[in-house]
Design a protein around this ligand. Sequence first.
Ligand code: NAD
Length: 355
Amino acid sequence: MAMESKQTYNLVIVGFGGMGSYHGQLIEQAERVTVFGTYDPIEYRMELARSRGFRTYESFEAVLGDEEVDIVLVATPNDVHKELSIAALRAGKHVICEKPVTMNAADLLEIVQAAEEAQRIFTVHQNRRWDEDFLIVKDLFEHRKVGDVFHLESRVQGANGIPGDWRQLKAYGGGMLLDWGVHLLDQLLLLTDSKIHSVSADLSYILGTEVDDGFIATIKFKDGLNAVIEVGTTNYIKLPRWYVKGTEGTAVIHDWDLSGEIVTRNLEVEHVEPKPIQAGKGLTKTMAPPSEESTIRRAIEPVEDLSDSFYANLVSTLEGASTQAVPNAEVHRVLTLIETIFEAADSQCVIVREI
Ligand code: NAD
């Protein structure tokens, strides 16, 4: 008996810059989704696409008018995500949109409504929920590897400033809170089921751009977790990517190379008083390292990720076999938190708000 062949979905990448081109690479490895074409208003981007063997369209309208196109992937600057997504949905296409999906939470709801009306899938590429370092921290929480986590710090720090294009301009949705902020906040909200209790924040404008070149936000949850989230683009020396404190121990992950360690209390050993150490011009017992016998040190180990790839999940969602790996309600919550961080930084107040 002949095997039933499964449909391959034709996807067009709209915006063939850094990320559009990267999606091209990823989709070439994905099953049942193919890069059917690309569109970008800049001719040299289209030349680049052709040199990679991708078909190119002359206009966005031509993409929408092509009945063979099933999925439109929006990888343009942030300010046009909304109009391009809504137009594609209304033309009967499913849509993947890059993050930040929109520049505010209300705009996302308009897109979701357009998707419901068109009965098409709309999904956002918040891909760093699959980063290995994050999955390790999620595992720490879930398996109480440092006990109950009550404090975490999640940071990305570079020294290269804001990339020198639209990311420096407000009208295009530039700034680091809307850029890396989306990823770090998306990750944070996946770590606890608790609602947020309050938010305080500072945006940084060291580089003199009209948008933030970084930020530090302190987010307190109702379950007692305190999180410090930081993005910096003027850090010549970096702090660790993750620092996690629980009731039984502490974990640190220095970087995406997963270097770091987990140190926990050794429950099988009676507490051993540390010996005072010379520190600066004085002695201290309080700040002496814990004795070796009363602690257990472990290296950071990768955790297995059994989830489908983003595109495989989209295919099974299109076929009714799964639900979206990045639910739109979760995307909306991230945008609501971003709006609250802007508000907290502008007002220099602690915003007490359940989110
Ligand atoms: P980029 O400037 O490298 O590329 C954007 C491209 O969009 C350019 O080639 C530009 O000509 C094109 N473009 C502009 N307006 C257009 C329009 N109306 N129609 C079609 N094309 C248009 O920017 P980038 O770094 O690739 O970022 C693109 C998007 O991807 C942004 O939303 C960004 O936040 C997101 N992004 C996501 C990740 C991630 O990890 N998920 C990483 C990088 C960028």
